[in-house]
Design a protein around this ligand. Sequence first.
Ligand SMILES: [Zn+2]
Length: 306
Amino acid sequence: MNRRTILKSAALLPFVSPSTELVTSAPTARKRSVRFAYMGDTHITPETKPMEGVAKCFHHAQNQTDKPAFFLHGGDVIMDALKQDRTDVQKQWDAWHTVVKADNSLPIEYCIGNHDIWGYEQAQTDPMYGKKWAVDLMKIGNRYRSFDRNGWHFIILDSVQMTPENKWYTGFIDPEQLDWLKSDLAKTDPKTPILILSHIPIFSPTGFYSQQNVKNGNWTISGGLVLSNTPDLIKLFYQYPNVKAALSGHMHLLDRVEYNGVTYLCNGAVSGNWWKTEMHEQTKAGYALFDLYDDGTVERTYLQYR
Ligand SMILES: [Zn+2]
């Protein structure tokens, strides 16, 4: 290389360097819209372990230096109302409200879980039978609803439908609620990012966790684990690119799925293995901090609180 070539190469350098930087630099910086804490499957009872556990979880979230603005509860607040009598269910709700009053100062937005529904057979004529009791105590007005907060639209679905014929439940969005969902999505500004919450996952690989879900060599994932009308929902969400995230609980397992531009997140459980052990399968008991951004992106941090 002679002197002239060296000078020529050197002269090129300033042009190469800035243009490389331009290519790699990020587009306009996103801004955080809100931080909230997701807690779900608290399954509280009037016993010490669950009451102390839930209290610890509330404190852990509220003591963060970067504090959440509110809690989103993914359902299964209490251990079980489906098969219990009035006195027993009342005690569980009392335990929940005792802890909330003593250990939480943030607003809580609730979603109904299968164990929050009062399905006690002898109570079928009671006005509180079914979802009414939970709707009243959660102060949510209706079993499904939507609201706007910090530039995001939140849709809280009622994913659990009772099946009195076998005294159980299954997961799907009933026709009346589906019509409401369609119109709610249609009237939301296409520039507003949307977050959906359902207790039972809309789309999740967690149904594959157990060998019990294999029958005669084939997977049989019940509607009690993943909603049975998920295909309708996937098609619906595909029409609305502003649907960005769909959160769930129910499985007590942690997952994250990206599909058609929607991030589906199943968010573990505060109760772990229903307060028996800290782990359920490979997921530890915990709650999640969510950061939502104005460009529609979502970040989750799953934390242990003990
Ligand atoms: Zn649960």
